[in-house]
Design a protein around this ligand. Sequence first.
Ligand code: UDP
Length: 243
Amino acid sequence: MSKQRFDGRNVDQIRAVKMTNNYLIHAEGSVLIEMGLTKVICTASVEEKTAQHLRGSGKGWVTAEYGMLPRSTGTRKMRDSTRGKVDGRTMEIQRLIGRALRSVVDMEKMGERTIWIDCDVIQADGGTRTASITGAFVAMLEAFRKLKEAGTIAEIPVKNYVSAISIGKVSDEILLDLCYEEDSRAQVDMNVVMTDQGEYIELQGTGEDAPFKASELSAMLALAEKGCKELMEAQKQIIGDLI
Ligand code: UDP
């Protein structure tokens, strides 16, 4: 029998997930995603211009930015605008979000336009990058639906659902969906991005405190698949079929 977790969850249990669609009035897509105490606002904005390197190719682009509000964290985090630069972690996370979403979008079908994804963490309690991906997928879909309704695109250019979850080894136990208290003392920390076909888009696994075995990796991947599937069920409640 495994120990009870810090917040009373089972080892294989994700935090309560809630996605509020159309959270804001201006963006074409907007979602407030809450995973336990982690809260991220995800917006999707349409720009009728593709990325520089794709002009004339007939292809569109999906790109993402990520940020944390100063008091989303336990101690105030200085704004990038005040510090004058974007830190490495932020850069890494926003590129991850962009890659995750692009992997399921048909760039030709979306046409020469850009979807700008903005993920803004209003409260951080671990798993902000994975919550960002899960919420941003819904916001992106909503933006594509608006384009379809306006007759700008013929069909939704999204092939698969995408969600993401963290897994880790804490006190020698493999846990699904780490909160900050667990994340901060994790021996191994992983983030997994998956499609609804059970295929991987990205795996990030780090032996923070100690190396990990192939058998532990398998156990983590099994938990990740469970978590991602549950998150996709929550996304489907909002989006339905990808049409
Ligand atoms: N965190 C923080 N300040 C920071 C960066 C992270 O308080 O500048 C906390 C926050 O709760 C975050 C957690 O540490 O969710 C784990 O950070 P990590 O870089 O692993 O990203 P995340 O798990 O949020 O994707």
